[in-house]
Each structure stands twice: as structure tokens, then as C-alpha cells.
Design a protein around this ligand. Structure first.
Ligand code: HEM
Length: 438
């Protein structure tokens, strides 16, 4: 294991490092990784030490072994204005309690019950597409993932608001990117926030007015509110924060992963042909069901490989609460450690020919031969993604259902550019032509 300390990056002036990171954060972190597995660096006037970690053992230390010594750290503080003190942001005992509360909605058996709704919505996209139509696949997958999360977890149909929600979220994500610049416009941010709030509040209102316990996530949140209101533990704002968090975290990420899957398939016709064979063999033209998920191994591999090459959450930060040791490095209290899925997932020590798209990497033996934390698209430990199993099933069922009828081809003049915002989006979307398979 290489340890670079102090690293050459320290010789880069903190202001220059800040500039380089803002201009191209993926390249910036990739360059740090070239210097070692734990690299100290400075950034602008950031008052504490920062470390970039690029070794599975170190990632395990932070996310699992020493997780109690780390709190979450956000490069964009404004994220808290959007998500409030919901699951993504909250800490300690409160986080633990809220997570326990939401957890039943994500149990395996419960998730299995969402399969039909997932397939149903994917089927609607499949039936809406026309031969040779050109679509922005990011927009399409955004719609699909949004409908799925709204229906399965909130029992809400947000079809008429979908465009508005998408635009509001894009405005907010763009603002995060620009928020370091003086022209960041507070008014636009607030208006986008209000639009999202009104969607979430109307879901809450609609459920309250029926007083019905539908056994879904929204009912769980509202029930907890009622039961605990006299202890003052769960109020309106808290329900809103949890609902907003799960609504946004539950569709922005999945939509990106699906979009990148289509892009990758379009660039690898051999894999694409095997993927089609699998789907035709397993489904024989019928509607996909939950029991098919385990049979669609290559399809799952396509999705896992998209998450490896284009991880929707492409970097995460944590702050050390007390001093600690990572490998040979003493890390002072207050230091920030950054791990990047994008960088570690493309490390040739763990993935041969790392930039190549190869779903066979996800066969059981190949997978077992790699260190566990060489791949962490859903993070791990006490702050791991709550929706991992949900997203895995959604990915397989949506890919299979759409590919029963269509294959997607990149529009030749369309340049696909990465946009590492809070999630890893494609800067100008991904324009693809819809071609009929059967
Ligand atoms: C491919 C899709 C997805 C990816 C790649 C993904 C990735 C992640 C990652 C990396 C984190 C941890 C972030 C951090 O610690 O800074 C996270 C947290 C979270 N995700 Fe996901 N996610 C996905 C889908 C979903 C879905 C479908 C849901 C819900 C329906 C969801 C709900 C959450 C929640 C609530 C958290 C916060 C958990 C906590 O801190 O306790 N995610 N996700």
C-alpha cells in the first residue's frame, strides 16, 4: 500500500487546488489517487486537513470499522436547505431512530411487492416510444424513476407535476454547482425549492385527508408522527424532510444509473446481444415479474457495471470527530476525508482493464476475488443507502421491460459529457434513437 504524505499535491497552492477541483473534480481526484492511497491536500481557505482515500481497506475503516468517529461532510452546505434534517443529513441517535422508522418500507418482502408497479411504469414508457423516435434518455429515465418512487412509497401519482419537479431539481443542482460563484441566484433557488415543497406537502396532505393507513412509507411516517407528537419528536417539518429526502434520493440516482446503462449498452453491441438473449430466454415475451430478477443475472451485471463506471454518487465526504488512525496516517480531529466511487471503481488493481464495460465481472467468482470495498456505489455501514435492494430490483426490471421491445442508439452528433454535480449526470442529456427489436 502506498502512502503519500505529505503529497505533491501539497505543493499545489490551496487556491490552485480549489480552482482545479471546481473545474474538473473527477480529474482532480484521479490525479490525487496517482500520488497514493491516502493523500493529504489543501483546498482554498478550508481550515482543516483534507485527505483523499483510495484504498478499499481505508474506505472500510471510515465507513464501517470506525464509522462512529465520522460524521457526514457535505461540499455543498445548501443541500441541508433542500433535505432538511432528513435521513441523508441527520446524525446520531436521531438518525438511528428515523432510519429504524423508515426501514420496514425497504424490507425485501416489501420491496418484492413493488415489482409490479415498477414493471407497469416501465411498460408505459415502452408502449409510448415510437420507432426511430429520438429521446433524451435521461429525461425518460427521470420520469420513470420518479413515477416509481412516488407510487410505490408515497402512493402518489405525480405525472402532471413531473416536468415541473424535474426542472426544479435541475435548477437546484445547477445552483449547487454555481453556488460558489457570486451570481448564484437565491430567488431562483427558493422558487425551485417552493415547487418541490408544494409537491411533497400535497402528497402529505392527500394522505392525511383520507386518514388511511396504506402500509407504505408515507403512512409509516405519518403514523410515527401521530404516535409521537405528544413527545414532540416528529413534527410536520420532520415528515417533510424525510419524505423529500426519500423522494429525491430515490429517483435522481436510479434515473442516472438507468441512463448510463442504456448509453453503455449502445456502445457494446456484443454485450447488448447477450443481454437481449437473456431477456428473451427468461421472459419469452411475457411481462416481467419479481421472480425473474434472480434469473436475469447478466441484466443485473449491466446495471452493476453502469454503477461502477458511472456511479451516481461519485464521491462522499466524512469529518473525523476525534483523532484517529487510517493505515499509517494519524488523522487529526476535524479533518475531512474524501472517497470517490468514480476513482476507486476505475482502479486497475481491482478491475482489470478498468475503463472497459464488462458485465461478466459480476459473476459470483469474479466478484468474490475482489476486495469488498473496491466497489461501493451504495456506500456501506450505518449510513449505507437505504434503497439499495429497491434500486437493484428497479434497475433489472426496467432494463428488461424496455429492452423487450427496443434498443437505443446514440445520436451520432450528440456528445456525451459528464457533469459531476451532486450526482453524476450527463451534461446535455443523452440523445438516443429508439429502434425496434422485435
Ligand atoms: C442506483 C441507485 C442509488 C444509488 C447509486 C444510491 C447511492 C447512495 C449512497 C452512496 C448513499 C450514501 C451517501 C453518503 O453517505 O454520503 C445513499 C444514501 C441514501 N439513499 Fe441511496 N442510492 C440509490 C437509490 C436509492 C433509492 C431508490 C432510495 C429510496 C427509495 C434511496 C434512499 C437513500 C437514503 C434514504 C439514503 C440516506 C441513508 C442514511 O444516511 O441513513 N437511494 N444512497
Amino acid at each position: 500500500m502506498k502512502l503519500a504524505e505529505p503529497s505533491a499535491s501539497n505543493s499545489v497552492a490551496p487556491a490552485a487546488a480549489l480552482y482545479a477541483m471546481r473545474r474538473d473534480p473527477l480529474a482532480f481526484f484521479k490525479n490525487l489517487a496517482h500520488e497514493g492511497d491516502i493523500v493529504r491536500f489543501s483546498l482554498g481557505d478550508h481550515p482543516h486537513d483534507l485527505y483523499f482515500l483510495n484504498h478499499p481497506d481505508y474506505i472500510r475503516e471510515v465507513l464501517v470499522t470506525q464509522d462512529k468517529n465520522f460524521s457526514k461532510w457535505f461540499s455543498v452546505e445548501r443541500i441541508k436547505e433542500v433535505l432538511g434534517n432528513g435521513l441523508f443529513v441527520s446524525e446520531g441517535e436521531y438518525h438511528h431512530r428515523q432510519r429504524r422508522l423508515a426501514q420496514p418500507a425497504f424490507h425485501r418482502e416489501r420491496i418484492a411487492g413493488y415489482a409490479d408497479q415498477m414493471v407497469d411504469y416501465a411498460g408505459r414508457v415502452r408502449d409510448r416510444w415510437q420507432p426511430n423516435e429520438i429521446v433524451d434518455v435521461c429525461r425518460e429515465m427521470n420520469w420513470l424513476a420518479m413515477m416509481i418512487v412516488a407510487n410505490t412509497l408515497f402512493g402518489a401519482n405525480v405525472e402532471s407535476e413531473a416536468g415541473q419537479i424535474r426542472d426544479a431539481l435541475s435548477e437546484i443542482l445547477d445552483q449547487f454547482e454555481r453556488s460558489i460563484l457570486p451570481e448564484a441566484d437565491r430567488e431562483d433557488f427558493e422558487s425551485a425549492m417552493n415547487r418541490l415543497d408544494s409537491v411533497i406537502y400535497s402528497m402529505i396532505q392527500a394522505r392525511r385527508s383520507t386518514n388511511e393507513d396504506r402500509g407504505d412509507l408515507l403512512s409509516m411516517l405519518l403514523l410515527a408522527e401521530d404516535q409521537e407528537s405528544d413527545t414532540g419528536k416528529m413534527n410536520d417539518q420532520q415528515v417533510r424532510d424525510e419524505a423529500m429526502t426519500i423522494f429525491l434520493a430515490g429517483h435522481e440516482t436510479s434515473a442516472n444509473a438507468l441512463s448510463w446503462s442504456w448509453y453503455l449498452l449502445s456502445q457494446h453491441s456484443e454485450v447488448e446481444a447477450q443481454f437481449h438473449d437473456e431477456i428473451d430466454r427468461v421472459l419469452s415475451g411475457r411481462t416481467a415479474q419479481v421472480r425473474d430478477v434472480t434469473e436475469l443475472g447478466l441484466t443485473a451485471g449491466v446495471f452493476a457495471e453502469a454503477l461502477r463506471l458511472y456511479p451516481p454518487v461519485w464521491a462522499m465526504g466524512r469529518r473525523a470527530i476525534g483523532p484517529c488512525q487510517i493505515g499509517d496516517q494519524s488523522v487529526a480531529a476535524g479533518s475531512v476525508v474524501i472517497m470517490s466511487q468514480y476513482v476507486t471503481h476505475r482502479d486497475s488493481r481491482w478491475f482489470e482493464n478498468p475503463d472497459a464495460f464488462d458485465p461478466r465481472r459480476w459473476a459470483t467468482e469474479a466478484r468474490a476475488a475482489r476486495p469488498r470495498f473496491s466497489y461501493f456505489p451504495f456506500s456501506a455501514g450505518s449510513r449505507a443507502c437505504l434503497g439499495e435492494a429497491f434500486a437493484g430490483m428497479e434497475g433489472v426490471l426496467c432494463l428488461a421491460t424496455l429492452a423487450q421491445k427496443w434498443k437505443l442508439r446514440l445520436v451520432t452528433q450528440h456528445v456525451v459529457k459528464l457533469q459531476p454535480q451532486l450526482t453524476l449526470r450527463a451534461r446535455h442529456g443523452i440523445k438516443m434513437r429508439v429502434e425496434q427489436r422485435v
